[in-house]
Design a protein around this ligand. Structure first.
Ligand code: Z5A
Length: 215
């Protein structure tokens, strides 16, 4: 049987470059001969993608209760773990996930104002004790992250989703919440300055991953 695989999550405020760095890390791991499963949250399964669409676009046209929002993220996560993440880790693959456990604490706990310890407890129920081996927190000033998103949305011709439309105070609380989590779990969460250029970030993330996991 293969050794258990490794699980790396990428976290950070809007526009911090998570998607970009997940793709680059996945490419580096593939080039190093590892099987890679690249995922995003919410999503990664048909059920998860359906939940993502409910959460991002507010199709029902009603204001979602923060507790309902929390549980939808967790439903997507619990399903993704059972269907994809655990089987991948068991066969020795590397899982690279764009957002995971900490997003719910940062957004629904610190951002929406749900009780943080309660969010951690229900989150724990969803993941059944599984944590990433390493979480890369790309920290960026809220205004700088939004400038990046404006550029991306303008070139893609898309508008802001339900979370991107939240006010500045919400996103400041999310960012501060992430930094609080990094202080709480320093052995797992590694904070890196996401405002640097993408190539430099890619090199630093790869060097940390290669060193920590002996690649
Ligand atoms: N959410 C939640 O509330 N609770 C939860 O438990 C979970 C999620 C799991 C998912 O949206 C939403 O769900 C999210 C939180 C909430 N809120 N929002 N919005 P998503 O997955 O669609 O979006 P996101 O995760 O927030 O990603 P993002 O902010 O859209 O972007 P990003 O992944 O951090 O960045 P990017 O796509 O790599 O880059 C953005 C732009 O910047 C793009 O044009 C890049 O080319 C550019 N870029 C990237 N890196 C750089 C650097 N280093 N320099 C300059 N420009 C760069």
């Amino acid at each position: 049987m293969n050794a258990r695989g490794r699980f790396i999550s990428m976290e950070g405020p809007e526009g911090s470059g998570k998607t970009t760095q997940c793709a680059r890390l996945a490419r580096r791991l593939l080039a190093a001969g590892r099987e890679v499963v690249a995922l995003r949250e919410p999503g990664g399964t048909p059920l998860g993608e359906a939940i993502r669409s409910l959460l991002q676009h507010d199709a029902a046209g009603e204001r979602m209760a923060p507790e309902a929002e929390t549980l939808l993220f967790l439903a997507s996560r619990a399903h993704l773990l059972g269907q994809v993440v655990r089987p991948a880790l068991e066969r020795g693959a590397w899982v690279v996930c764009d957002r995971f456990f900490d997003s719910t604490i940062a957004y629904q706990g610190y951002g929406r104002g749900c009780d943080v310890e309660e969010v951690i407890r229900v989150n724990e129920f969803a993941v059944g004790g599984l944590r990433p081996d390493l979480t890369v927190l790309l920290d960026i000033d809220v205004a700088a992250g939004f400038d990046r998103l404006a550029g991306r949305n303008a070139s893609a011709g898309t508008g802001n989703d339900r979370f991107e439309r939240e006010d500045r105070g919400f996103h400041e609380r999310v960012r501060a919440g992430y930094l609080e989590l990094a202080r709480r779990w320093p052995e797992r969460i590694w904070t890196i300055n996401g405002s640097r250029d993408a190539d430099a970030l890619e090199r630093d993330i790869w060097s940390r991953v290669a060193h920590e996991f002996g690649i």
